[in-house]
Every structure is written in C-alpha cells, then in structure tokens.
Design a protein around this ligand. Structure first.
Ligand code: PEP
Ligand code: MG
Length: 567
C-alpha cells in the first residue's frame, strides 16, 4: 500500500514509523452537562498528576543547574500550585466547561499577566506557561509523551504538522525521513528538512489509524510516495533507486570546485541559504560561494533564552571566521506567523501571517532589534557583512530602521566598541515592496527576492495550508511578472538582484531566472550542486529564450507543463 505527497526534500529513506502527536491541542468549547462536571474535575487532576510525574522523570536525567532543568522546575512549581488547580476546578463548574477549556482560560490569564510585566525574563516566561497549558490539553486529549532522545533506529516521523520550533527539537541523527499531513515546498519545516538533507514528504493524506508505530515504511522522495509495509519486490526496486540517487550525488560532488557559469561562460553567483553555524560549516562540502540568506531566527528555535549582544557578537564572529571572506548575508530576525520563537513572548493574533511579522516585529520591539544590530555592526569590524531586512513594504519602514541603526552606532561609539560598515538590502517579498521599490533603492546596496512570501502575499494563499500548495505554486505568471518587474527596476538603478526563495533551488527553474536577469541565486545547501549542474549545462541564450517564452504564458498549468517539458 502507498500514499502520495509532495516531495519537499528528495531522497529515499527506509525506516520504522513513529507518530508524533504535537497537535493534540484542539479544544472543544461546547458546554458540559452538569452530571459530567465531576468527571472533568477528576480528569483535570489526573492530567496535572501525569504531567508532574513526566517532568519529574525528565528532571532526574538532567544536570541540576542547567537552563533546561530550571525551566522544568518552574513548570513543576505551577503544577504543584494548589490555588491554581482550585481556580481551574472552580472554572469547570462555574462556566460548565471542559477541563481543557478551563486550563486554556486560566493559564491564558496567567500568561497575559506575565507578558505585561516590564521584566523581560518574566515576559518570556509567558510563552512557557502557554506551552505547559498546551501540553496539559494534549494530555487530556489522549496524547502520549514520547521520549525522543531514546530513539535508536532509523525513524520515519509521521505527524499532522510540525512547526520549525518542534523540528529543532528532533534528534536528527535518528530521523531517516519526515512525512506530514500538511505543508508545502515553501513551508519553513520543508526548508529545514531540506537543509538538513532529510527526505521529507508533505501534504501526504495518510490515515494515522492504518499505520501503527513501528511499521516498516519507505519514504520514496523521488516519486513522492510513502510505501507502507513494502513487499520484497518493492524493497528491491526502491533499494536500487536509492543506489542510483546516491550515485547521482557522487557525480554532482565532482562539480564542487568548478565555477558556476553557463556553457558559454556567463558567470552567476550561487550562494547558500542557511540557518545555523552547523550549516555554515558545510558550505565547503558543496562549494558554495557564500551565504545569500542567513535566517537568524532559525538558530533561536530551540533555545528558551534570547542571546544577549555579546553572545550574538561572538556568534557572528565565529560565522565570519568560517566564511573566510566569502559573501555573508545576514537577515535580521524574521519572527511571527509560523516562526514563533520559544524565547520571545508573542501575542495571539487572529491573522499572524498578516500581523506582527518580520520587520514589523522588529520595529515594535526596538530593543530586540538594536541588540542584534549592535552585535552585527561590531562583528562587521572583522569581515564583510551584507545585512537585509525581511517583510519590508515601504520606505517609511526603512527610514525607521536606519534611524535605529544610527542610534546603535552612536551607542557603540559612546561605549568605545569598534564597529564596521555594512551593505544594506531588503527581501522583496510583498507586492507592495515591488511597487514601492523605486523609492527604496537609493538607500540600498542590493536586494533579494523572497518568492516564498511573495507568492503567499500575491496569491493571498497561506504557504503552510496543504489545500492551497498545489494550486498556488511560486512558478506562476503573477509571481514571474513581479520578479521581472523587480529585476528591471533594480537594474535601471544599478542595484544587484539576488533571489533566495525556494524557486531558485529548482534546477529546472534556475536557468529561467538567470534568463530573466537575476544576478545571483541563493539556494538550499542540498540543492546547490544540482542547480550548478543545470547552469553549467545550458547556454545563456537558451536561458534568455526560456525566460521570454515563460513570461508570455498566462496560465499556471502552461508554465508547469513548459518547465517540466524542458529536457
Ligand atoms: C521567502 O519568503 O522567499 C524567503 C526567502 O524567506 P522565508 O522563506 O524565510 O520566509
Ligand atoms: Mg520570507
């Protein structure tokens, strides 16, 4: 038996299934009949007791004064708080609601009170309180806690969804593949899986009840299928496919030190998208010329404390050391929407993708922004850094950012700390950034087109919603037109254009982008050599004609068909 899905990270993986139930947190708001209230009260106490026992066991395995241990201790204090339990219990009977609703309500109040405090440590604690409440609700809904650190064999994770923060918690050395019900090529979990080189299938509509934990499966990330309990013939066929896949990787490896240029010698910048120091240490494995996008928020996904200026400064200095003078493009924190950081208190928003995201979050929290900027300015004393800002829509935002940057420089001078000059850019990822580009270019040294969000905001289609991912891909007439418009405006103003969305990582699409005039592509580490191979095997003239032809097509299916038909 097999089910299909979208390949977001290629490769063949053999392994055993483990279901992760991160999303057992649904709350049913219907009123409870009075004769069932006593049972709800019992369930509440049981959930508290089970969670307490689980945390005590985890605590016994940790070093006493580690940060992790102190966080667990803080959660235990809440679980032992008799007044809190009584308040939740009283809410069940007073409002006639389930234990889950009462927990959500009372923990929510606690979190709001903490978030409103001036003390940043306590404000961060608000997120921990909400996290504990989600875990309790998951328990009430029957979720089992799995100790991921004990995974031994090659595991294929199956889950409804996985946030980037949850991905960061996975022991990747034991994970052979990932299969999710949700998400698409440009979702952040897909991007993380690809960068980690873990085969992943998203938007895969398997039925969890039909696949028990421990079932042998093969994730076929070439043809986009999950094969459940394969027979001998299927295993043999997929093993041979895996061998071919590995042989292809070996072949690509030979291109590592060759220049990125078309057959007729047109050079193209080919850089990498990364999210950690570990990724940076792998740049040389694929011969990347530098970093075109460093997603700084990814390195904060599994930490509960925000690094201070000094820690960030050391981090960027380490990165510069590894880069050894190559292009290093840092994007300032791009938090919000699906990228929630456990170390930052975030407000609940009805429409987070349209809310306090990217640069809006930074402008709303200038101290957070300035801490990062000061660390980067100081690091720039030790090597060249290009800095870019996510989700910029209009020139006023840039003005505000540059004002903060000037203040940071003044503070550094006052504190007698040295700093270097930066090159500045923006990620063009909203239609209004394209429309307002002309007014912003005078203050910019470069721009980078973020087609993942540009697609989401042009098509008004949530990039994480599995029902929309096929219908609204980035390769669409609307997005290509905006990309062309961006390139033309930037080039008229002599500003270089990079493209760092997932579109660039597709070896069939990269030549087309070059034909449209893109100067530089920034791609996933795992796709870099495939893209290089595609560019080295095509004439620039062919890139130009592909672009000309593609830009005339008015339908998504025509475009897809055209691209799939190339070679
Ligand atoms: C993009 O939106 O295209 C982009 C590169 O940024 P991210 O995927 O991190 O939102
Ligand atoms: Mg983006």
């Amino acid at each position: 038996m097999s089910v299909t899905g979208i390949v977001v990270s290629p490769g063949i993986a053999f392994g055993k299934v483990l279901h992760l139930n991160f999303y057992h947190e649904k709350v049913d708001y219907r009123l409870i009949p009075t004769n069932q209230l006593a049972d709800e009260s019992k369930r509440l106490k049981q959930a508290f007791a089970n969670q307490k026992q689980y945390l005590e066991q985890s605590l016994s395995k940790l070093e006493a004064d580690s940060t992790h241990a102190s966080l667990i201790e803080a959660d235990l204090l809440l679980l032992e708080d008799e007044d809190l339990i009584s308040e939740i219990d009283a809410t069940i009977s007073k409002l006639q609601v389930s234990a889950a609703v009462a927990i959500e309500r009372i923990f929510g109040h606690q979190a709001d009170e903490l978030a409103a405090l001036d003390d940043p440590y306590l404000a961060n604690r608000a997120e921990d309180v909400l996290c504990l409440s989600r875990r309790l609700i998951a328990r009430l809904n029957g979720a089992q806690h799995i100790n991921l650190s004990q995974l031994q064999q090659d595991t294929i994770i199956l889950a409804a969804d996985l946030t980037p923060a949850e991905f960061a918690m996975l022991p990747l050395e034991h994970i052979a593949g990932i299969v999710l019900n949700s998400g698409g090529v440009t979702s952040h979990t897909a991007i993380l899986a690809r960068n980690a080189g873990i085969p992943a299938l998203l938007s895969c509509q398997y039925e969890p009840a039909n696949i028990a934990n421990g079932t042998e499966v093969v994730l076929n990330g070439v043809d986009g299928e999950l094969v459940i309990a394969p027979n001998k013939a299927k295993i043999a066929a997929l093993s041979s496919l895996k061998q071919q896949d590995e042989a292809r990787k070996q072949q690509l490896f030979m291109l590592k030190d060759l220049p990125t240029q078309t057959l007729d010698g047109k050079p193209i910048g080919l850089l990498a998208n990364v999210g950690s120091l570990n990724d940076i240490s792998h740049l040389a494995d694929v011969g990347a010329e530098g970093i075109g996008l460093f997603r700084t928020e990814f390195m904060l996904m599994n930490t509960n404390t925000l690094p201070d200026e000094k820690a960030q400064y050391h981090f960027y200095c380490d990165a510069l050391h590894l880069m050894a003078g190559k292009t290093f493009t840092i994007r300032t924190l791009d938090v919000g929407a699906d990228k929630e950081l456990p170390c930052l208190a975030s407000m609940q928003e009805d429409n987070p993708a349209l809310g306090l995201r990217g640069i809006r979050y930074s402008l709303a929290h200038p101290e957070l922004f300035k801490t990062q900027i000061k660390a980067i300015l100081r690091a720039a004393n030790h090597g060249p850094i290009r800095l870019m800002f996510p989700m910029i829509n209009q020139v006023e935002e840039l003005d505000a950012l540059f004002e903060h940057i000037e203040q940071c420089k003044a503070q550094l001078i006052e504190q007698e700390k040295g700093f270097g000059e930066l090159s500045y850019g923006i990620v063009v990822e909203t239609p209004s950034a394209v429309l307002n580009l002309q007014s912003m270019l005078p203050s910019l040294d470069f721009i980078s087109i973020g087609t993942n969000d540009l697609t989401q905001y042009t098509m008004a289609a949530d990039r994480t919603n599995p029902t929309l991912t096929k219908q609204y891909p980035s390769l669409s007439p609307a997005v290509l037109t905006l990309v062309q418009q961006t390139i033309d405006i930037a080039h008229q103003n002599k500003v270089r254009v990079s493209l760092c969305g997932e579109l660039a990582s597709d070896p069939k699409i990269a030549p087309l982008l070059v034909g449209m005039g893109i100067d530089e592509l920034s791609v996933n580490l795992s796709a870099l050599l495939e893209v290089k191979s595609a560019l080295r095997n095509i004439n620039y003239q062919t890139c130009l004609s592909q672009a000309q032809h593609a830009l005339k097509l008015t339908r998504i299916d025509e475009l897809t068909h055209y691209i799939n038909g190339i070679n």
